[in-house]
Every structure is written in C-alpha cells, then in structure tokens.
Design a protein around this ligand. Structure first.
Ligand SMILES: Nc1nc2c(ncn2[C@@H]2O[C@H](COP(=O)(O)OP(=O)(O)OP(=O)(O)O)[C@@H](O)[C@H]2O)c(=O)[nH]1
Ligand SMILES: [Mg+2]
Length: 656
C-alpha cells in the first residue's frame, strides 16, 4: 500500500479570458490581445459604498377621493343571519368618579349639519378584481385600483400589480409584491386587488448586506540605508455594519416601497508601510416604532423594535484581511501571503409593522372614527361622507396632562363579512394587537345601530379572540342628527341588557368626546396596571443579539467540520463554517497561501478524517469553494488540481 502522506497541490493552469459584461469589447488593434496576467477570474461585484441611508419619515397617509354623492344609493342594512359574540369585557364606569356621559348627550338645538347624510349604505362594498388598468385609469399618474363599488358603480380605484409581480423602480432596484391572499379558499369572496400602497403600509421585504472587509496586502519596506526592511503590508479595513434604527417620525413602512436594497460599504484595502485600510460606511435602516423583523421565509422573530431611538446592530461587517506584516514569524521573515477581506453577511428581511398605539378606534365605515381622532388630537385624517375614506391607519397623540399622553390609532372601517374579504378585510386589524383598549364607534344614524355594533364585534372576534377580549368602550356617535337621537334610547337599553354601558357623543360638535377619551384613558390605566406594564423598569435589552449570534457562528473553529460522501460521484464535501471562512479569506494569488492551506487541512484533522473514511486516489474533495483531487503520495510530490468553485456549480474557473 502506498504511504499515506497526503498532499493537495495546485496545478498551474491557464486562466480563461472572461469578458467583463459591463464593458463593450473594444478591439484595440495595436495592443497584444492576450489577456493580461493580472486579469482576475472573478467579475467584480463591488460598488462604491452607498451614502448612509436616511429614509424620510413615512406618513400614514389617508387617501381621499370624493365620488359624486349620487353614486351612493342607500341600500338597507342587511342584518346578519346569526350573530354570536364571545364574552366581552366592556368598560363600566359606574362609580361616582366615573360618570357616564349624559344620555341626553345630543343637544336638541345642535346645528344639524345638512351636508351630512348618515344614510349611506355600505353593506355592499367589497374589494374585487377587475381589469382596472385600462378601465379606471384617470391619467393622473397616481396609484389607483378598485376599492369598492355600489350598485355597479366604482367608488375609488387604484392601480395595482398582480400578486407576485416584480416592481421595477427608476433606480434599477426592484421589489416583489407579495400575494397576500395565498390561502384563499374557493367559494369565499375574493380578497384580491388590495392596492400595493396599502400592502406596503405595514409590510416590506428588504435586502441587507454588511460590507466586505478590505484585503490585506503583501509589501516590503524599501528604504535607503534600511537593508532588509521586512514585510510592511497593512491589513484591510473592516466592512460597514448594518444597523436597524427606530425613527419616531415614521409610522409606516411605505418608504421601503422605493428602497429595497441596503448595502454597507466595503472596507478599503491595506497598503504598504503598514497602512491599514479604512472602515466601510455603515448603513442605518430606519423603521417605524413597532416593527417586527424576521428573516425572509422564517417564522423566528429576529428583532422587535418598539421605542424611537432604539438601534440594533443586525449584520456586522466583514473583518479586514491581514497583510503580510501579520504573518511574519521567526521561521518566515519574508512572508509572501496576505488574506482577502471577510465577506459581509447578507440577508433578506421581512418587516411587519404593528403600530404602537395605546387605544385603537374601531367601527363600521363612515361611523366617525377619523372625526373623533381629529377632535381629540392634533391629527388631521381625511374625513368624508362615504365609506372607506380611511385606507391606512392614522395615529394621533392625546395629551391629558404634561405627563399623561396616549397614542390613539384610527383604523379603516370594518364591514360585516370582513373575514371573507369584504371592504378592506382584516388588513389592518393587526394594528390593534398592541393596543391596551379599544373605542368602538357606532354610527347612530345607521338604520340599525345594534346590528352594526354586533357585526363589527363579530368581525373582531373572527380576526382574533385576543383582540375581541380587549377592554373596550362603546361610543354612540352622531347624536346631533335626529335619527341618531331617536335611536339612542333603544340602543342603550339593548346594550345595557347585555351588561355594556355605552357612551353617546357627537364628534362633529365635540359633545361627549372628552368623556369618551377620558374613559378610554382610565380603561387603559386599569388594563396596564392589571398586566403590570407600568412596572416595566426598562430592563436593558441586548438589541445586538442577532449580530452576536451571527458572529459566533461565523467565527466557529476550523476543527468543527463534517464530511459528507457522495459515493456516486466519488466526491467528499468538507462542511464547516470555520473552514469555509478560511477558504474564502485565502488569497490564492500568493504562493504561500497554498502551503498554509495544506497545513491547515492537516492540522485541523481533515486529511486524517478523510483517510479514515476511505478516500481514494483521484477522488474529489470540496472544501468551501475549492475543489481538489485527492492524491496519495509517498513523498508529498503528487500533483492535484485545485479549482475555485463558482456560485454555479456547473462552471469552474481554473485557478492557478
Ligand atoms: N352629523 C354628524 N356627522 C358626523 C359626526 N361624526 C362624523 N360625522 C360625519 O360622518 C362622515 C364620516 O366621518 P369619518 O370620520 O370620515 O368616518 P370614519 O369612520 O372615519 O369613516 P371611514 O374612514 O370611511 O371608515 C363625515 O362626513 C363626518 O363629517 C357627528 O357626530 N355628527
Ligand atoms: Mg376614517
């Protein structure tokens, strides 16, 4: 049997000419057409470091388009066949201090707004798909798509892309529009055609990449009167980090519709005279408070960022490669070896926004939710007399005192059948998940306010029992209108018989609104006390844990590896993150690199393990992106070819 001394050694091979695809092949007749020996086999993907990314704060926009009033016929509110509610926990303010609002909340003399027509029927609004590209384009260049219709007439329209379509932006970047309706069941009302601007309000998919480290260099000190100056190659700079920061001025993820890729800058290469390269530019991705971050396609939550100013290091930049000065030793005073910079990590992230609000305002469309928000806070949501004026949630801050403020979210209206795709469906209900209390607005001028109330409660329950169980206040609105005033007594009695004490108010005249929001605040305090949220003493949370974990994985020891044998092709795969990183950082242009590589394979036990497992002469061994041919040899002189593997495993670049 042949001696088991083993050697991988590279075989010099001609490098193929690779045409740089970005440049046209200009023929230069007076130059030698053979490729320059300095020609690199890898096509450079390096781009100049981007400017630090600063995203402008996205506004929770409210899109308004007033259709002609005649478009709205007043169909009768169709009562739900069966309404079943879970045990809820309505707010009760029965003690002396918590006075419920006067039952005569509406002033008889109140100025009845003649413009307001409370009889709009909305039970027939639904989202449907259509060929709206052509049919509904109004030429104003806005994103428009069909939102709803009544009696066949279009209410609003928004351009939208099909699910799964690739959006191309002017800057050459692209984003995939997801199919939000993947698990749509046949027979259900189709919940397709939600305009992209609405989908992108609270979800986004972005690509982040930390900067690559700069390469180290081989250089020697050459100076008059300094003979044998020694190695002086400096190391490369560290690549830029990727940070995620909470920007308090943002309340949506809409900016990520236009910016999908975030790449940190790469470290610059080292230089002679022991000069280290400079560090790459960091990139800071700004997100809205309440953003949940997951790796694309995975359920595990990486980060949940709630408070403005929080900053998490997500991806650390690659380490700079060492220059030859670092390899100087007693036995090798003239090292001709330097490392490549470590590649920066990259990842596709899925961002999901769950607004951080204390109180959520829910209710049927056109009930007066936005009007209430505009009255109790400085927010200025669009208000109009037709359903679905609010397409995206709005936030407002209500100040009670210097130190008592709450954030209130006004959500798009909910229709009976929202769980089957009617109206805006449950698109935005997840934003109430973080609310501690809800204010349920009932349109007093509706034909049957009790049924409207029950239908919305049912929808909340259908979306999530946890949300339905949140403490809530019922506010009967539009008391200034005679029909609402007339219905109030029966509505109140109906709810009281179920143990719910409703409030009445007129958001337009501001009567009763103060009582409603004060009660919501009290409810909020009670709920926070019960859950112990006030005792939250701000434990220091390590937001850099993702980067720490990735760093630990990356710097695994080179002796941690696994060998996988593919007997059909006689291939041995040596898998280990430490070894792969080592291969990636090895600069094969330098002669000493091969020797060092052989030495490492020997030292970390790869050769021994392969021989134990029965590797044979001529077998292929793959470590990271290097492919070698196993060669048993008596005196270490056996030649084997070493090739660099490209991303596409069917192609091979001959490597010297
Ligand atoms: N008379 C009267 N009209 C009101 C009152 N509150 C709201 N309105 C009117 O009702 C209409 C709808 O009000 P919005 O605040 O837009 O209702 P919304 O619940 O936010 O509606 P969507 O966003 O479409 O779900 C507007 O014309 C308001 O002026 C009220 O107390 N009295
Ligand atoms: Mg609204």
């Amino acid at each position: 049997m042949a001696s088991m001394s083993v050697c991988f050694s590279p075989k010099a091979m001609a490098r193929p000419k690779i045409q740089n695809p970005r440049k046209p092949d200009k023929k230069k007749p007076f130059r030698n057409p053979t490729p320059s020996p300095k020609f690199k086999t890898q096509i450079s993907t390096y781009r100049s470091p981007p400017e630090p990314v600063t995203l402008s704060g996205g506004e929770a926009t409210t899109y308004t388009r007033l259709p002609p009033k005649d478009d709205f016929v007043a169909p009768s509110f169709s009562p739900p066949c069966e309404v079943k509610l879970i045990d809820s926990t309505p707010a009760k303010f029965e003690d002396e201090n918590d006075e419920p609002v006067s039952e005569e909340g509406g002033d008889d003399d109140a100025d009845v707004n003649s413009v307001i027509d409370g009889n709009i029927g909305y039970s027939k609004f639904e989202i449907f798909e259509d060929n709206y590209d052509s049919a509904f384009e109004d030429g104003d260049g806005e994103d428009e798509g069909i939102l709803g219709s009544t009696n066949g007439k279009t209410v609003k329209s928004f351009d939208d892309n099909d699910d799964g379509e690739l959006l191309e932006f002017e800057n050459g970047e692209y984003a995939k529009v997801y199919n939000a309706d993947a698990d749509f069941e046949e027979g259900d009302v189709k919940e397709k055609g939600v305009p992209a601007v609405m989908r992108c309000f609270d979800s986004a998919k972005i690509y982040v990449k930390a900067g690559n480290g700069g390469n180290g260099v081989v250089a020697f000190r050459r100076e008059k009167y300094v003979p044998l100056g020694g190695p002086s190659g400096g190391e490369g700079g560290r690549g830029g980090n990727v940070y995620i920061e909470v920007d308090g001025s943002m309340n949506s993820l809409l900016p990520f519709r236009n910016s999908v890729h975030f790449r940190a800058g790469r470290g610059s290469h080292g230089q002679g005279r022991m000069q280290a390269g400079s560090t790459g530019e960091d990139v800071v991705v700004k997100v809205a408070p309440g953003t949940v971050i997951r790796e694309a396609g995975k359920d595990e939550v990486l980060l949940e960022l709630l408070h403005p100013g929080q900053r998490a290091l997500l991806l650390p930049g690659g380490r700079g490669g060492r220059g030859n000065a670092s390899f100087k030793s007693g036995t090798n005073k003239v090292p001709r070896i330097a490392e490549n910079g470590e590649e920066g990590l990259e990842m596709w992230l899925e961002l999901e926004l769950k607004l951080v609000a204390d109180v959520g305002i829910v209710g049927a469309p056109n009930a007066g939710k936005s009007t209430l928000l505009s009255v109790i806070s400085a927010a200025q949501p669009a208000i109009a007399n037709y359903p679905f004026t609010t397409l995206l949630p709005n936030l407002g801050v209500v100040s009670f005192d210097y130190d008592a403020t709450i954030v209130v979210a006004d959500l798009p209206g909910l229709l009976e059948g929202a769980h089957r795709g009617f109206g805006l469906g449950h698109e935005f209900l997840r934003h109430t998940e973080r609310c501690s209390a809800l204010v349920h607005i009932v349109d007093g001028s509706a034909q049957q306010p009790e049924l409207e109330f029950d239908a919305v409660r049912l929808e909340l329950e259908m979306f999530s029992p946890e949300i339905a169980e949140k403490p809530y206040i019922v506010a009967y609105n539009k008391m200034d209108l005679p029909e609402a005033y007339e219905n109030w007594q029966s509505f109140k009695e109906n709810l009281q018989s179920r143990g719910i004490v409703p409030f009445c108010m007129s958001a337009v005249t501001r009567e009763g609104t103060h009582e409603v929001i004060c009660s919501a605040y009290k409810l909020l305090c009670k709920s926070k006390e019960a859950t112990g949220e006030f005792e939250d003493n701000g434990d220091i949370v390590n937001l850099d844990h993702v980067a720490d974990k990735l760093q630990r994985q990356r710097s695994a020891s080179i002796s941690d590896f696994e060998i996988i044998h593919d007997s059909s092709s006689g291939t041995w795969h040596v898998v280990g993150s430490g070894l792969q990183r080592f291969v990636q950082m090895t600069n094969w242009r330098y002669v000493d690199s091969e020797r060092r590589f052989q030495h490492v394979l020997e030292a970390c036990g790869v050769n021994k393990s392969l021989m134990k497992l029965g590797v044979k002469e001529g077998d292929t061994v793959i470590v990271g992106e290097m492919e070698m041919v196993w060669h048993d040899s008596a005196n270490n002189s056996g030649a084997s070819s070493m090739k660099k593997r490209l991303a596409d495993s069917t192609k091979w670049a001959q490597w010297k």
